[in-house]
Design a protein around this ligand. Sequence first.
Ligand code: 3HC
Length: 292
Amino acid sequence: MKIETVGVVGCGLMGSGISEVAARAGYDVLVREVDERAVEQGRDRISASLERAVEREKITPEERARSEERIRYTTRLEDLADRDLVIEAIVEDLAAKNEVFSTLDRLAPGHTILATNTSSLPVTELASGVGRPDRVMGLHFFNPVPVMKLVELVRTIETSDETYATVLEFARALGKEPVTSPDASGFLVNLLLVPFVLDAIRQVERGTATIAEIDTAMVLGLGHPMGPLTLCDFVGIDTFHRISEIMYEEYREVRYAPPPLLKRMVAMGRYGRKSGKGFYDYAGDEPVPLTL
Ligand code: 3HC
């Protein structure tokens, strides 16, 4: 089977990036957001990212225009029922994802593949709730999606070889480098990344070093593009907290447990870059590390 039409559920940070890369690769994309306002925000996000790609000479203005033409928007989930592949990229909430999957499973033709961009929830839980578990997979992208080369392909014990081969071909057509992971929370990247970032937060809690010292050390000492605390702000403090909770629930190992500081930051609405404050304050031209 060959994918020609793609549906994306959610046009936030990840959904907009996924829609953009699919359109840039020539796919016909239909994106669903909950209301017109969210659609507008998603459209603006995609437009700004395509503009950046033109400025950086990654694509021509004509390619930008063609990519934008390939993306249509809707507020009705039902409209995605005619797609060959639907990628869900909504909040990390199993009940909400299950609802999306069961609606699409009811309406879509038998060949439609249902994929999830979940970073940490069990793909099998979603597969078990639909009548086509052989056509369910995890397809986990990294932020910023147009820039990060990796995509994780997650097979459950029910995913068919045909579904896997089709999604693998799709991932390669997007220009991504796929790695395959079994369905265990965190897959490959977050399995290693989450304990690393949580440990950095624990060092801040203990007063081992300041926020800026920890980030500078990891950038200059290891050549990471961002220090762990900057990265946590970038991904979102709330998202990181949620991933950590889900992974702790899965493995019951202390290294995945959210540190108290992370919980308190969520309680205070310090969500990182998107809220203007996390480990850094983003009000000015340069991020300023906060006193905690
Ligand atoms: N389209 C195409 N290319 C783009 C682009 C766009 N919209 N925007 C930027 N780029 C390109 C630039 O041209 C540049 O490419 P070049 O090196 O060939 O010139 C490259 O991307 C870097 O862009 P910038 O120079 O604008 O930005 P920086 O150099 O400051 O890098 C960053 C920004 C890419 C975000 C970098 O800091 C980085 O890699 N950070 C780490 C990000 C990371 O770890 N992401 C994973 C998070 S974990 C995750 O997502 C999983 C989840 O489950 C938690």
